[in-house]
Write a protein that binds this ligand. Structure first.
Ligand code: RIB
Length: 304
């Protein structure tokens, strides 16, 4: 089985649950407040670890209570915490998450905190955690130049790279060639191509445009509609899983998908099997509250 390194952000998610997401200028009375582990990189690393992936996670946290929450979680999953940088001068990041309990939809504002101060030097010091693995997974919550540096190092060391471009931010044209698997959702794909993506035809054309940019494999995630895969040899849609359990909270569903994608690739499964697995993991995560807390284990998968 191949090994995985994840680079990204840990934050404490402050979740506010109510029967709606407040609109501009509106105050609403919520029903629940939960504080739990979040941050896309951390969620993806945890998803992979819970699915028995061999994974390490590179990030920066503060020397505070939220940082302790992160370390305790990684240790409880048997993850090596030597790649977690603790910084005395910055606080662990936080995210404010509004969740609609009727639909599971959310709105997120993230402050990366200590992880926002990650540098190329931090990558250099932790290069062994990347170089000794086979698959590199990252997102866009860390500073762009550092993420690009990490991707470059991963490619130099012949890893398969996955970029989950979330939250969407400018990617230099020259950097697309660093990406083996690109996993935007529809909104992120629209951002990169600067046009609306509404129909199946739009999705296919969008994927072709991403491939022309130098990306090797494109996976556009489509929420409750599943996902679309394309590379230069094949392309197909894959339906999402639907369970009898209701959708409670979609926070972290994309992270569940990306963590599972990395694990599927680490097992050298056929791409259709990999995406079926990732779709299932993502769908299960929506039936549970929270981000990292909603990541299913292999045991959970058998029950769905
Ligand atoms: O993808 C969900 C995550 O996005 C949340 O956990 C939040 O922290 C933000 O990073």
């Amino acid at each position: 089985m191949k090994t995985i390194s994840v680079f990204g952000v840990f934050v404490a998610d402050l979740c506010f649950i109510a029967n709606a997401i407040p609109e501009k200028g509106q105050t609403i009375l919520g029903s629940q407040h939960i504080v739990g582990p979040g941050g896309k990189g951390s969620n993806q690393a945890i998803a992979a670890a819970k699915l028995n992936g061999k994974v390490n996670f590179i990030t920066k946290i503060g020397n505070d209570k939220n940082g302790e929450m992160a370390l305790n979680l990684y240790k409880s999953l048997g993850m090596d915490v030597a790649s977690i940088i603790q910084d005395k001068n910055h606080s662990t990041g936080v995210a404010g998450i509004m969740v609609n309990e009727k639909t599971g939809d959310n709105a997120i504002n993230i402050i990366p905190g200590a992880a926002g101060t990650l540098t190329n030097d931090d990558i250099e010091k932790n290069l062994n955690f990347i170089a000794n693995t086979d698959i590199f997974l990252t997102q866009l919550e860390t500073p762009y130049d550092v993420t690009k540096y990490a991707l470059t190092k991963a490619k130099e060391n012949k890893l398969t790279t996955i970029l989950n471009p979330a939250p969407a931010c400018q990617i230099n044209d020259d950097d697309f060639k660093l990406i083996d698997f690109f996993t935007p959702n529809e909104t992120e794909a629209e951002f990169y191509l600067n046009k609306k993506i509404e129909t199946e035809k739009d999705i296919k054309i969008a994927s072709e445009e991403f491939l022309k940019k130098g990306i090797k494999n494109v996976v556009i995630t489509l929420g409750e509609k599943g996902c679309y895969f394309a590379n230069n040899k094949e392309n197909f849609f894959m339906n999402a899983f639907k369970f009898k359990e209701p959708v409670l909270d979609t926070t972290g569903a994309g992270d569940a998908f990306n963590g599972a994608l990395a694990v599927g690739l680490s097992k050298d499964l056929d791409i259709k099997e990999v995406l079926t697995f990732a779709n299932k993991v993502a769908a299960i995560s929506t039936t549970k509250q929270g981000a990292a807390a909603s990541m299913p284990s292999m045991e959970d998968l058998k029950n769905y």
